[in-house]
Design a protein around this ligand. Sequence first.
Ligand SMILES: Cc1cc2nc3c(=O)[nH]c(=O)nc-3n(C[C@H](O)[C@H](O)[C@H](O)COP(=O)(O)OP(=O)(O)OC[C@H]3O[C@@H](n4cnc5c(N)ncnc54)[C@H](O)[C@@H]3O)c2cc1C
Length: 522
Amino acid sequence: MDTDVIIVGAGPTGLMLAGELRLAGVRTVVLERQSQIRDIKKAGGLSGQILQLLRYRGLLERFEAASTGPSPALRLPFGGLHLDFTLLADPPMQVLLLPQPRLERVLDELARELGAEIRRGQEVVGLSHDAATVIADVRGSDGQDRVTARYLVGCDGASSRVRDMADVPFPGTTYPEIQRLAEVTVPESVTVLENGDLEVAGMGRIRFGFTRTERGEFAVGSTNPERLGLFTSEEEAAEYADDEPLTLTELRDSIRRVLGVDLPLGEPTRLTRFTFHARQVERYRDGRILLAGDAAHLFPAPGVALNAGMLDSVNLGWKLAAAIHGWAPAGLLDTYHDERHLAGERTLLHTRAQVALRRGHDPAAEALRELFRELMRDEQPLRRLGAMIAATDIRYPPPEPNPNQHVLTGTFAPDLTLRTDQGTTSVAELMHAARPILLDLGDRPDLRETAQDWEHRIEIHTAETDRRPADALLIRPDAHIAWAATIDEPADTAALALREALSCWFGTPRKTTDATPGSCSA
Ligand SMILES: Cc1cc2nc3c(=O)[nH]c(=O)nc-3n(C[C@H](O)[C@H](O)[C@H](O)COP(=O)(O)OP(=O)(O)OC[C@H]3O[C@@H](n4cnc5c(N)ncnc54)[C@H](O)[C@@H]3O)c2cc1C
């Protein structure tokens, strides 16, 4: 066996997974067909829960240092409208400006520092597997090669070859519009007004945000005062070739068709064209082959894909490591599909709703948008939509449905400030090493004693916190709560439930008289 895990694709999902696997001590080889990181401007930055997770890994500052500028005012597109989070004192989501090539460079450096082997210029062209091994056939500049491993993860993007070779269906919809996205310098004849509107000499005013016409959508907005961010969306019968770059003339023509004006344009600093899809694989796992990121899901709205893909990797990393290290309880690896398919479905729910919201030119469609505009000015719906976009509202279902589960079970662990015998720390700090943790917040020797049988797998910490949410939290390496004890929960029920949760997520106890491994299956 050449390695434990082969990752196909060194995009953000594959590189994030490589780092997570190395944190868990798994030998990892990343195979990437491109010989170097390409300077293609795809995502402009990171947003949502992945930022919180990076902070929990102690890495956020490193990503912030690579950022191209201060976080923009939080007015995010949503179905052809804008969600204005500046209305809230504590917005439910954050954004970090970090163009994708820079993001990939930071992730690449981190994965290498942790010991991942990243082989560029290596295209996976064949795949076979048996009960114990996966074999990848690789084509590179030096000729053909074969790499063997125990698992292979396809992080190879929207047109995933791994997905095709594993014969995993990718059902869904491709929408008929072509979206054109550009950033240009502000020409002399255009003044950007304080509210974001454009005053164009000899033409008049063009409103900030989305303008809808019979021919499609136009939007203006920017995160950089020196540049104009421009966008058009049109339904077009003509197809475009992916490798044919968008030109300024093509953009100008599209603006003329949609808006009916010849908008003066400065020098382009970004020109991209893309199509929206709503697709999700039926299975995230097929034996020893797994899928993550764009290879597993595509969403028909901007700003959510990186968050979803990198969070797939965080969910998968520790589970795959448990399987490699030989202690994974039965069903643990399948919870990757259960949890991340559910998360993908939720992202599809709001991104598909955005398609319905932005399409349509009749009075009914206008009324729907007006209604949404009104709702989005209220705090509660704004918070709720923010949590949906950030994917912070996802609660993973317990492997065994149990009505007595604590409300925190399956949620992302809150960043509590913790007072311990060694000083003050926090949940975020304890999660740096990506180790599971039993956090005793109610001075519960009964629970600490129960957990001691799993001390080879988990860390046990006793701490005090203000307004403790539970007597104890069992936190997984991906910062999700596996189990929680209610305040003053009696020792007999709490210890028993903790024992079950520990077996379910972290395998057999050290001093076991029963060799049966735990089980995570419902
Ligand atoms: C114009 C545009 C704007 C976008 N803006 C945003 C945004 O603002 N926010 C956001 O969250 N997302 C955005 N996205 C989406 C985001 O770029 C993708 O979701 C993200 O790149 C997916 O990451 P990934 O690692 O899953 O796949 P990819 O980034 O596609 O990486 C896959 C990698 O696999 C490699 N590969 C493929 N096949 C093979 C093979 N057979 N062998 C070896 N290597 C292979 C590829 O070369 C590639 O490097 C945007 C996308 C586009 C096109």
